[in-house]
Design a protein around this ligand. Structure first.
Ligand code: EPZ
Length: 421
């Protein structure tokens, strides 16, 4: 397994190009199962999770080429409606195949997901949605075993706003008989991107970006090409890295309007920013002001930025509180940040952070994707050398992060840590 060696204390200074969105690319890859044929997806980030999803689609029978951020997917030969445990346990997003497999094959056998290390990750909303569309499902040996004669449009209310369940059910509903209405649907940009791709494929969808999405089922769709939106979480991550190191950074190929709440909180922390349509320049010349955050569904402060924000607040000139209202136990990064000298105490789904004057380099352990990003951010600001272990977590969702940071002046390198940890 690889580790990062980081010599901290150097302000970031330079430019970084933002990659395509992991959380848009993953459902779009799966949507190609809905209609046999050849699809080309552009601006696809080169990430571990993308390769995992490509592997899953090959198991289902798709042919896939992936080069230079372009995915060519041919689902003509797809004929095996199963998602095996050994793949699904490594990536929760594998559950996205459930809807498209049912829509195309009227049958699916999908392992219950594993995914990130924090807490149980239920899929009850996915199951409830499919049942409302006329699917017969049961759980057998850790698998969802599902079949249907024909998907029927339905009126579905999600008790909890769920990105995955909204995407999964939307991908089934586009080929159902009649109208489907989703209430309390997710309005995240990645779901809007999925909806735009489905419309490009011939689907009829209204209400994308609102809490109520209407889908008029069609008898069939057709292949389409598409360019994926930039990754708003990668954007926010690099902004926090520039802010905490007192640097100046320009991010290109980003979409500022998709992370307005993060930009607002960075402004409150004292960051100076110049924001253009597809570019953000952040300058960090003043002490970091403490800013409280409570995560929320879009357009609120994203839970995927919670860990990075806690790292930034660890060096604020005062105390702050960060609460995660989406995932109540997503704080495995906190003990590792405290190893770097942060003063953070967790109580239920909130952490209380007392800003310190300095962090000190130390060996720390990544535990999940965004936790690793938060450790890298803190290590970049810490005085002296840090080692961040198990960076395979970060490789799931950040394309060549150490090369991008090196280009912006960071002293970071990747080394093999053997099998020790
Ligand atoms: C998506 O996960 C993202 N992953 C996550 O990003 C992100 O943290 C999450 O949305 C929230 O924004 C992808 O898009 C691949 P949810 P998802 O269903 O769909 C509860 C990253 O770092 N819930 O919106 O799995 C759930 O427990 C990853 O890139 C149910 O109760 O999240 C949570 O409390 C991590 N029942 C809330 O809904 C269900 O059936 C939101 O989860 C499903 C979810």
């Amino acid at each position: 397994m690889d580790k990062f060696i980081i010599q901290g204390g150097k302000p970031l200074n330079g430019e970084i190009k933002i990659s395509g969105s992991k959380n848009a690319a993953l459902p779009l890859m799966v949507a190609t199962l809905l209609s046999p044929g050849k699809y080309t997806l552009h601006n696809v980030p080169e990430l571990r999770d993308i390769r995992t999803m490509a592997h899953l689609l090959r198991i289902i029978g798709a042919k896939i080429e992936f080069a230079d951020h372009t995915l060519i997917i041919d689902t003509t030969q797809a004929d095996f409606p199963e998602a095996p445990y050994e793949l699904v346990k490594t990536m929760r997003a594998s559950i996205y195949v459930l809807g498209p497999l049912l829509a195309r094959f009227k049958a699916a056998k999908v392992s219950l997901p594993g995914g990130c290390a924090w807490g149980p990750r239920p899929v009850d909303l996915h199951i409830k949605g499919m049942k409302k569309l006329g699917v017969e499902l049961n759980l057998d040996g850790g698998y969802i075993v599902a079949n249907c004669r024909k998907l029927k449009g339905s009126h579905i209310h999600f008790d909890v706003s769920s990105v995955g369940a909204t995407g999964n059910v939307m991908m089934a509903a586009v080929l159902a008989d009649g109208m489907t209405i989703l209430e309390n649907a997710a309005s995240e940009p990645e779901i809007i991107d999925l909806g735009h791709f489905l419309i490009r494929m011939g689907a009829r969808i209204e209400g994308l970006g609102t809490k109520t999405i209407q889908i008029e089922g069609m008898p069939g769709l057709h292949p389409a090409d598409y360019t994926i939106i930039p990754d708003r979480i990668e954007t926010g991550t690099f902004l926090c890295a520039a802010r905490i190191t007192g640097g100046k950074i320009t991010l290109r190929n980003c979409q500022p309007k998709q992370l307005l709440e993060v930009l607002e909180k960075l402004k409150e922390s004292g960051a100076e920013m110049v924001i253009r349509e597809n570019e953000i320049t952040l300058k960090s010349t003043t002490p970091i002001q403490p800013v409280n955050v409570t995560t929320d569904v879009y357009p609120g402060f994203p839970t995927d930025m919670q860990a990075q924000w806690i790292a930034l607040m660890s060096l604020a000139a005062g105390s702050s509180v960060v609460t995660d209202s989406i995932f109540t136990d997503r704080f495995t990064h906190v003990p590792e940040l405290n190893r770097l000298g942060a003063q953070i105490v967790q109580k239920n789904n909130s952490v209380f952070i007392q800003g310190v004057n300095e962090l000190k380099g130390a060996p720390v352990m990544s535990t999940d994707l965004r936790a690793s990003a938060s450790l890298v951010i803190a290590a970049l600001a810490a005085k002296g050398k840090s080692e961040v272990f198990r960076v395979y977590h970060i490789d799931r969702g950040y394309e060549k992060i150490e090369l991008k940071l090196q280009q912006a002046g960071a002293e970071i390198s990747r080394e093999n840590a053997g099998d020790v940890i």
